[in-house]
Write a protein that binds this ligand. Structure first.
Ligand SMILES: [Zn+2]
Length: 388
C-alpha cells in the first residue's frame, strides 16, 4: 500500500456514463450534442467536488471527437480524443478565476478566443469559480460572451450561483449539479476499493460517504487517507476512530432509553461518549440529526431523505414507529433548542445533562402522546404536563 495513488485523479470519469450521481446533467448534455443544439455558454452550478469540472472536460472532449459512439460518448481513439486524454489538446483552456481574476487575465483569454481552433471543431473555455472574477474582469469578458465566434464554447463553473450577475446568467444555459447521494458515493468507493484490492466493511464506506457530505472528491480523498492509515483494511470501527465520528449505535441506544424513561442510562451513555473525546456540541448535533431521521422515517415517502443504506433505513423506521410522531416532535423541539443555546451555557456538561434529563422525562409525561397514540407507558388521563 506504499504510495497509494490519489483515487480522485486515477478514477476521474472520462465518459458521461461513468459520471457519478449527475444523470440529469449528462443526459441533457448528450441530447444537446446529438441534436446539435449546443448553447454558446454553459453555467455549471453546484457544491464542490460533485463533478462540474469533470463534466466540462468530458463535454469538451466529446464535442471535438471525430467518431462519437452510438451512445453519444467520445471514442477515446481519434486524434482529438487522444490529445485530450494526454492533456495535450490545443482546444481546451482552463482558467481558475480564483487565482486569475484580473482584467489582464481576461483580456488575454479574450484575445485567444478569436484565433480559430487548430484541428478539431471547437475551442472550449472552462472558467472555474467564475464568481471570483472582479467586476472589471467580468465586463472585459461580457462582449465576447455575448457574441462569440461559432467555434468557441464557454463553460463557466461556480459553487456560488447567487453571486453570478444577471447579465452573465441570462447568457448561459444553467445546469444545476446536485450533492451526490450517499448510496452513489458508496457504490463508487466499492468500485475503487475492489479495483485497488482494498479490503473494507460496507459500514466503513457509508461513514466515509456521510463525512464527505455529498462531495465525491472529498469522499475519495478521505478514502485515500484511510487506506494509508489502515494499510488497506477499512473496518467500520477503524474508520469511526480515524474520522472521529460517533457511532450511530449510541443514538439508537439513547432514544430507546429516552422512550423507557431511563434517565440514569442516558446520563451514563453520555459520559461514555465524552470519555471517547467527543464534545457536547457534537453530541447534541448528532442527537438532533438522529431525531430528524426518525421523524422522516415515519412516512415511506420521506424515507429517502435519510443518507444511508437500506439496513439503516429499516432500523430508523422501526425505532420511529416505536416512539410515535408526537413524542419525536417533542424531543426534537427540546433537543434543537438545547443545541441552539449550547454556546451560551457556562457549564457545558451540566447543560447537556439537563437536556437528557428533560428528554427522558418528556417520554413519561408527554401529554399529546397520551391523547393521540397509545403509549407503552401507562398514563393517567388527567396527568398534568411534566413541564411548563
Ligand atoms: Zn474521439
Amino acid at each position: 500500500m506504499d504510495n497509494f495513488v490519489v483515487s480522485a485523479r486515477k478514477y476521474r470519469p472520462t465518459t458521461f456514463a461513468s459520471v457519478v450521481g449527475q444523470e440529469h446533467i449528462t443526459r441533457t448534455l448528450k441530447n444537446a450534442i446529438a441534436t446539435g443544439q449546443l448553447p454558446q455558454a454553459f453555467l455549471f452550478c453546484g457544491p464542490r467536488g460533485v463533478g462540474k469540472t469533470t463534466c466540462a472536460r468530458i463535454l469538451a472532449k466529446t464535442i471535438n471527437c471525430e467518431h462519437r459512439t452510438a451512445e453519444g460518448e467520445a471514442c477515446n481513439e481519434c486524434e482529438s480524443c487522444k490529445s485530450f486524454n494526454e492533456g495535450a489538446s490545443m482546444n481546451i483552456f482552463e482558467l481558475d478565476a480564483a487565482s486569475n481574476n484580473s482584467v489582464d487575465n481576461m483580456r488575454e483569454l479574450v484575445k485567444q478566443v478569436y484565433i480559430p481552433p487548430q484541428g478539431g471543431k471547437y475551442k472550449v473555455y472552462i472558467i472555474d469559480e467564475v464568481h471570483m472574477l472582479s467586476s472589471a474582469a467580468f465586463n472585459a469578458f461580457l462582449k465576447t460572451l455575448e457574441e462569440p465566434p461559432a467555434y468557441a464554447k464557454f463553460i463557466l463553473a461556480t459553487t456560488e450561483k447567487h453571486k453570478i450577475i444577471p447579465t452573465i446568467l441570462s447568457r448561459c444555459q444553467v445546469f444545476d449539479f446536485k450533492r451526490i447521494e450517499n448510496e452513489d458515493i458508496v457504490r463508487h468507493l466499492k468500485y475503487v476499493a475492489d479495483s485497488e484490492g482494498v479490503k473494507y466493511e460496507e459500514g466503513a464506506l457509508e461513514v466515509v460517504a456521510r463525512k464527505a457530505e455529498g462531495g465525491l472528491r472529498d469522499a475519495l480523498s478521505i478514502f485515500d487517507q484511510l487506506v494509508n492509515f489502515t494499510q488497506g483494511n477499512l473496518t467500520y470501527q477503524g474508520v469511526l476512530e480515524n474520522l472521529n465520528v460517533l457511532d450511530s449505535d449510541y443514538y439508537f441506544k439513547l432514544v430507546d432509553m429516552m422512550r423507557e424513561g431511563n434517565m440514569s442510562g442516558a446520563l451514563l451513555l453520555y459520559q461514555e461518549v465524552i470519555g471517547k473525546g467527543f464534545g457536547g456540541q457534537h453530541f447534541l448535533t448528532g442527537l438532533c440529526e438522529h431525531l430528524r431521521n426518525l421523524m422522516v422515517s415515519l412516512d415511506p415517502q420521506t424515507l429517502k431523505l435519510i443518507d444511508g443504506g437500506d439496513a439503516l433505513r429499516v432500523r430508523y423506521g422501526q425505532q420511529a414507529q416505536s416512539c410515535g410522531l408526537p413524542r419525536l416532535l417533542g424531543w426534537l423541539t427540546t433537543a434543537s433548542d438545547y443545541e441552539y443555546r449550547f454556546r451560551e451555557a457556562n457549564n457545558k456538561n451540566l447543560f447537556v445533562e439537563v437536556c437528557l434529563m428533560k428528554l427522558s422525562t418528556v417520554a413519561l409525561g408527554q401529554p399529546q402522546a397520551a391523547a393521540s397514540t397509545p403509549s407503552p407507558v401507562a398514563q393517567p388521563k388527567s396527568a398534568p404536563a411534566a413541564q411548563g
